[in-house]
Write a protein of this length. Structure first.
Ligand code: SAH
Length: 366
């Protein structure tokens, strides 16, 4: 496993969602992802029915191994794993293999700092699979060679393995002063983020290619935006609003401005064509399906409180690590105020949500 670069292990800092099951936890605030996943469920069922060639799948005894990469604390991961398992069982029945059903093994992966205790204690008691936790970054090898039949990852690939160095280098043209994300930053900043995303996505594909059996499927649900659209959407917009609030607090002397300057979220939403090009370049997988799924929401009906809580569930831990817990309540109160004051921000965050839905199949190599 010499591929595991030491740099990656050191820099793959944990960016956990808020653990536990309190009011600001991911468990209680992952509803947006769940709604999107429910819409995508039918597409996953189709992918399994049409693309999973169980008769020719390299067997690993009679076990069907599934991994969820970036699973967080649930409950979304449980629903997704259950859906995948059920669709696979259906496929076995439809192929006349009812008497030969496999046992299922599900591997839940996330960073070591993820709240695995909450995950394990809330595993559905009636689950029909064996469960295991796999700690560590998915930008390195996580599993033995050819040991997985199905890889799933939702809403996790926008996290970069690390922040590009130049973003926090005062002497670089890509220095991101006064901001914590890139959507409204200089071209150099955006390019630095984009290039880190490309590198990370490529290594993600290469490591998974080693871990999947030939014919194995990989379903990726990732944030992505339509070509030519504004970058000020979804996650990017949320982080920009958070950045404005931090800068307001810096101007009032409540947080250090230098700290804001040197703090950035290693998160990036690619354009559709960026992902398409990276997939075309990869020779290990065939692209079975590639779509930008769009959902339009009624902004008027959007509850600003819910948007703020969701932003808090996914960003609080990292803000705390950097700025301390004293500022947290005030910061998110300001985010709430700002969203109420400038409802146009909600357009970027909530009006239109887009995800890339990707189905890949591991090809046999010559
Ligand atoms: N898949 C769940 C959770 C999404 S939240 C859902 O759809 O609701 C994104 C998760 O990805 C977080 O828990 C975060 O810790 C995890 N993550 C981000 N980068 C990661 C990496 N390099 N390796 C493993 N997990 C990662």
């Amino acid at each position: 496993m010499g591929e595991m670069g030491e740099e990656e292990i050191i820099s793959s800092k944990a960016l956990p969602m808020k653990g536990g099951d309190g009011p600001y936890s991911y468990t209680k605030n992952s509803y947006c992802q769940r709604v999107a996943l429910d819409n995508i469920k039918e597409m996953i069922n189709e992918a399994i029915a049409e693309n999973l060639d169980i008769k020719h799948l390299s067997p690993i005894s009679n076990t069907f191994c599934i991994a969820d990469l970036g699973c967080s604390v649930g409950p979304n991961t449980f629903t997704s794993m259950n859906d995948i398992m059920e669709a696979t069982v259906l496929k076995y029945h439809s192929e006349g293999l009812s008497s030969n059903l496999p046992e299922f093994h599900v591997f839940f992966n996330d960073h070591t700092a993820n709240d695995f205790n909450t995950l394990f204690t809330s595993l559905p008691p009636d689950r029909q699979y064996f469960a295991a936790g796999v700690p560590g970054s998915f930008y390195i090898r996580l599993f033995p060679k050819a040991s997985l039949h199905f890889v799933h990852s939702s809403f996790a690939l926008h996290y970069l393995s690390k922040l590009p160095k130049e973003i926090t280098d005062k002497n670089s043209p890509a220095y991101n002063k006064g901001k914590i994300s890139y959507p409204t930053s200089s071209k150099e900043v955006v390019e630095a983020y984009a290039s880190q995303f490309s590198k990370d996505f490529e290594s993600f594909l290469n490591f998974r290619a080693e871990e999947l059996v030939c014919g194995g499927l990989m379903v990726l649900i990732m944030t992505g935006i339509p070509d030519g659209s504004s970058r000020f959407q979804a996650i990017g917009a949320t982080l920009d609003v958070l950045g404005y609030c931090l800068m307001d607090m810096a101007k009032m002397g409540l947080v250090s401005e230098a700290k804001v300057d040197s703090f950035n979220f290693p998160v990036y939403s690619p354009f559709r064509r960026e992902v398409e090009e990276l997939l075309e370049r990869n020779r290990c997988f065939s692209v079975e399906r590639f779509e930008l799924v769009t959902r339009t929401r009624d902004v008027a009906a959007t509850d600003v409180q819910a948007v703020t809580k969701h932003a808090r569930a996914v960003t609080e831990e990292m803000i705390k690590q950097r700025f301390g817990s004293e500022i947290i309540d005030e910061l998110y109160e300001r985010v709430f105020q700002k969203l109420q004051e400038f409802p146009q921000f909600l357009d970027g965050i909530f009006k239109r949500s887009t995800q890339l839905f990707v189905v890949l199949k591991r090809q046999a190599m010559d």
